[in-house]
Design a protein around this ligand. Structure first.
Ligand code: XMP
Length: 179
């Protein structure tokens, strides 16, 4: 595994983002909604550095299947743990913006659920992959078009616990065929 972004670089940047968010959300009813499972570590580090009253909610979205490393374009949204966002400022967190389909669909969903304002934060943004026009309000790092793992991101549900962002050096298996 090659290290793309070290643990200390991540910690420094996440703290910077938290302070920016703190300034931007003074006096506003903030609900941070994290997209499971990849943004769990980002969520935990970010909110511990935001010194404002806030609520936390979770959504689950998946567009990847098994060992596949390409998006199927079909987004499954599980709202079982979604908070009541009516009238609140939602800050939607995702681990990575790749094509942009996930975060743009979830932002729209939060508006449909009555959020007063929806902003988005992504830890990583892949360069040259975006398929839908979407501009996140907060971005941790722009990265090259490589499959990355660690700090919440997985390959086949492994590697999420690694404290840095890495690139797997072994060739990845071919994508699963769709049923
Ligand atoms: P879209 O294409 O909707 O994709 O912007 C966002 C979701 O795709 C997953 N994703 C990755 N997961 N390493 C991962 O572990 C990657 O390099 C990668 N690229 C995209 C991720 O779940 C994200 O929420």
């Amino acid at each position: 595994m090659d290290v793309l972004i070290s643990e200390s670089e991540i910690q420094r940047r996440v703290t910077e983002l938290a302070h920016q968010i703190e300034v931007d959300y003074q006096g506003r009813p903030l609900t941070v909604v994290a997209v499971l499972t990849g943004s769990l570590v980002f969520l935990a580090d970010l909110i511990r550095n935001i010194r404002l009253p806030l609520r936390v909610g979770l959504l689950q979205a998946s567009s990847y299947r098994g060992a596949s490393t390409v998006s199927t374009g079909t987004l499954l949204i599980n709202e079982s743990f979604a908070p009541d966002v009516a009238g609140r400022d939602v800050l939607l967190l995702d681990d990575i913006l790749d094509t942009g389909l996930t975060i743009s669909a979830l932002a729209q969903r939060m508006r449909e659920r009555g959020a007063a304002r929806v902003r988005t934060a992504v830890l990583l943004r892949k360069i040259g992959r975006q398929a839908v026009p979407f501009e996140p309000d907060y971005t941790g790092f722009s990265i090259p078009d490589r499959f990355v793992v660690g700090y919440g991101l997985d390959f086949n549900d492994d590697y999420r616990h690694i404290p840095y962002i890495g690139v797997l050096t072994d060739p990845l298996p071919a994508a699963d065929p769709l049923p």
